[in-house]
Design a protein around this ligand. Structure first.
Ligand SMILES: NC(=O)c1ccc[n+]([C@@H]2O[C@H](COP(=O)([O-])OP(=O)(O)OC[C@H]3O[C@@H](n4cnc5c(N)ncnc54)[C@H](OP(=O)(O)O)[C@@H]3O)[C@@H](O)[C@H]2O)c1
Length: 238
């Protein structure tokens, strides 16, 4: 069967009770799980990673935002895909264009993230001057939806316009939920930390529906961390 979207592996650290956001991630008991998580990330031979706007902000942009008055308006809301892109991508699901990037690539020491070419996935809600800013900064963007990002459209474009074959989906809970509801997750890679989270912390998928996964592999990574690998029985890459 020909794949019309990239193969998606949702790779996350979870608490024992299946949460993925919150203070538990910063506890000393979670350190080994985080180390294992980054190691697995580097070992997956993928074309890039996807994160929601909030995760990109907390991990990479530190809430910096450009002064949009300094940029031309691009009224024509069409995809912008320059040639000569690198083959490793950081894909930001940023419907309203809230992320401020200082360059077109991710600056990070970890080879699982550093030097990734940023791609913005937007909706028609975005400010036209934000498009001018992205163009000036050399950041490609695609449109997928009017107010919410339509996951299927976004993935179709990433595959068919940019030739992207396999991606890690690396959270948080909200973007994971959008993917799960769109039936767009093929595999789960869960690093379980020996910690219970707070009640208000968010689960692996916000607003999930029932779905079946098959357990492929389980590894005890040290005395405290477990890696669980699941696959969707009916991997829907059509
Ligand atoms: N445990 C782990 O392995 C792991 C990994 C990554 C992150 N995290 C944690 O996750 C936290 C953030 O998670 P989160 O669930 O709050 O946020 P998130 O999923 O990172 O980002 C959510 C935001 O992304 C945008 N978005 C994503 N998909 C969309 C769609 N299909 N349509 C419209 N908008 C879409 C929206 O942006 P707007 O709000 O701009 O509309 C939405 O509010 C971080 O603080 C981090 O600590 C944990």
């Amino acid at each position: 069967m020909k794949m019309t979207r990239p193969y998606i592996i949702c790779h996350m650290v979870t608490s024992i009770d299946g949460k993925v956001t919150g203070d538990f991630l910063y506890r000393p008991e979670c350190e080994k799980a985080t180390e294992v998580y980054y190691e697995i990330n580097r070992n997956y031979n993928v074309d890039g990673f996807i994160c929601g706007r909030v995760t990109m902000e907390s991990s990479f942009t530190n809430c910096w935002y450009p002064d949009l008055s300094a940029y031309d308006s691009v009224e024509d809301k069409r995809d912008f895909i320059p040639h000569n892109l690198s083959g490793f991508y950081a894909i930001a699901f940023d419907p309203k264009g809230k992320l401020g990037w200082k360059s077109s690539i991710i600056i990070d020491d970890d080879p699982g993230y550093g030097n990734a070419q940023i791609i913005e996935v937007l909706t028609k809600q975005v400010d036209c001057r934000y498009l001018g800013y992205l163009q000036k900064t050399g950041i490609p963007y695609i449109f997928a939806g009017e107010t919410e990002i339509d996951v299927k459209t976004a993935l179709f474009k990433l595959k068919n316009l940019m030739g992207i074959g396999t991606l890690l989906l690396e959270g948080g809970s909200i973007v994971n939920g959008y993917f799960e509801r769109a039936d767009a997750i093929d595999e789960l890679s869960l690093v379980v930390a020996p910690v219970v989270a707070k009640g208000e912390d968010k689960p692996l998928f916000t607003d999930a529906c029932i779905a079946d996964y098959r357990l492929l592999d389980v590894k005890k990574c040290d005395y405290s961390v477990i890696w669980l690998n699941y696959k969707k029985d009916k991997s829907c890459t059509e």
